[in-house]
Design a protein around this ligand. Structure first.
Ligand SMILES: [Zn+2]
Length: 487
């Protein structure tokens, strides 16, 4: 049977698939690519270069990670408009919703003005879904937990998290009804207003304790800025038997400790000092887990909302790259729990930028909880506990990236954790995610190897990331050498 015909005959409801179904070959793509290059042209490229059968269309974000053209300062790829979309005026990247907002779904939240102004009345789902359908391609709404401030989003302050220092954070609180209802309204809007095959949402954040330690790539150890200490979170903590006043006292002491430790090694060292505070204030960990459980509750609520409307719509989550660096965060990504409310998981396994990002993570935690440990030893420890067997030395990884074997190890681990569940495993594959100019860049060969490694590890598909508008065609074709064999 011709491939296209085959996909068409299996398209209906086949997202929740059995083993005989072709692998999911997905790509993340934002509205700007369809605007700049034309819907049919983009879909032609996807099918011809990498046998893409599923579109992850960026429907909402205020961030450049999944929307907008290439990040300014990074080289433009060899397709699309050859100019950046920064600055001001028409055609510049603003962010928000790239679909029409149907107000009936947002009655229970103050967040009502979030339409992206970038392309006027353009609705990316309306423009792309019919064309995708004709080709037997599936369409998944892809949105993320990235917001703008009150200058762009009216009333956003009423949904924002509260920092330890008492101010509003730029991030929104899962326990705040304004945000919770917005998330539920958004998935209802997608599920009722469009013929979609799935919904994926992602939150690239973590709880207050890990944040205080700076335990992420790009993390900054700063207790004052950690979240969330709003009235909704404090009430939820109390209902779990956690005393907010004790938590505040714990974070206060942790902040003092970390500040003093920047000047001078603590008497008993960094590691012992942090442990002493964890033992004295178990609320530090309770507050971390309060945040994580609130994220899981959010997953569950969104999942149930979609299933109550249309059970055939697949629902899943983008799991942040920090899962590959910070063991505390990895401990929180308990797939036996998350899989209960997941038809699929996009586990981020970005091999190329992982080198730069792991090095950044080691630098930040090397100034806090692991301040006693020489950096290379600290990296070796992480390789051990995270089970990476072939990665290079700290001085080299920004220039080399991680190997395809990292993708294999991560896919294999996730596969094993998901065995016996209904959840499909779709590793996120790095194609030209920006790194510093002198750092490693993706190549067609290694991209191909990364995709093959994901399949060797037992993946049910792959999701080429983060956005088509930053990918070079040669690297997309490199992935295609592997996906064309697997699809
Ligand atoms: Zn809160």
């Amino acid at each position: 049977m011709h491939r296209r015909t085959f996909l068409q005959t299996t398209a209906a409801g086949a997202l929740l698939a059995d083993a005989s179904t072709p692998k999911m070959i997905g790509i993340q793509v934002g509205a700007v690519s369809f605007q700049d290059e034309g819907v049919e042209k983009v879909l032609d490229v996807f099918q011809e270069s990498a046998a893409i059968n599923t579109l992850f269309i960026a429907t909402f974000t205020y961030g450049r990670g999944i929307a907008g053209r290439q990040v300014p300062g990074q080289p433009l790829p060899d397709h699309g408009k050859q100019e950046y979309d920064n600055g001001s005026g028409p055609g510049t990247f603003q962010g928000g919703s790239y679909t029409r907002v149907h107000p009936e779904y947002y009655k229970d939240t103050v967040l009502q003005d979030f339409r992206a102004p970038d392309f006027g009345d353009f609705d990316v789902l309306e423009a792309v879904i019919p064309a995708a359908r004709k080709r037997g391609m599936k369409a998944i709404c892809w949105f993320e937990d990235v917001w703008a401030g009150p200058e762009k989003v009216r009333n956003v302050g009423q949904a924002q998290e509260k920092t330890f220092a008492g101010g509003n954070a730029g991030t929104l609180c899962f326990n705040n009804p304004n945000y919770r209802n917005w998330l539920l309204g958004t998935v209802e809007d997608y599920a009722r207003s469009y013929e979609i095959d799935g919904i994926m949402w992602g939150s690239e954040r973590q709880g207050a304790f890990s944040n205080a330690l700076g335990a992420s790539h790009g993390g900054r150890a700063d207790v004052g800025r950690t979240t969330c200490f709003c009235e909704h979170c404090e009430r939820k903590a109390k209902s779990r038997g956690v005393d907010p006043a004790r938590a505040r006292a714990g974070f206060q002491e942790l902040g003092r400790f970390l500040q003093a430790a920047r000047q001078k090694r603590p008497i008993d060292g960094y590691y012992v000092g942090v442990w002493r505070l964890m033992l004295k204030y178990p609320e530090l960990l309770a507050w971390e887990m309060l945040w994580t459980d609130s994220l899981r509750d959010t997953y569950a609520a969104m999942y149930q909302k979609v299933k109550s409307i249309k059970p055939s719509i697949g629902v899943g989550w983008h799991i942040w790259h920090n899962n590959s660096f910070n063991p505390i965060y990895r401990a929180e990504q308990d797939l036996s729990e998350i899989s209960k409310h997941s038809d699929f998981l996009k586990m981020v396994m970005y091999h190329n930028c992982a080198g730069e990002r792991m090095a950044g993570y080691i630098q930040t935690v090397g100034n806090t909880i692991y301040g006693d440990v020489p950096r290379q030893e600290l990296l070796d420890f992480h390789y051990r506990v995270l089970d990476y067997k072939q990665e290079k030395k700290l001085a080299d990884i920004p220039q080399t990236g991680f190997t395809p074997n990292y993708v294999y190890e991560e896919a294999r681990r996730a596969r094993e954790a998901l065995n016996g569940t209904k959840t499909l495993l779709w590793p996120g594959i790095d194609i030209d995610i920006p790194t510093a100019a002198s750092h490693s860049k993706c190549t067609p060969e290694v991209t191909r190897e990364a995709v093959l490694a994901a399949f060797k590890g037992g993946a049910d598909g792959v999701l080429l990331s983060r956005k088509y508008s930053e990918m070079k065609l040669a690297n997309l074709r490199g992935a295609g050498e592997a996906t064309k064999r697997a699809g």
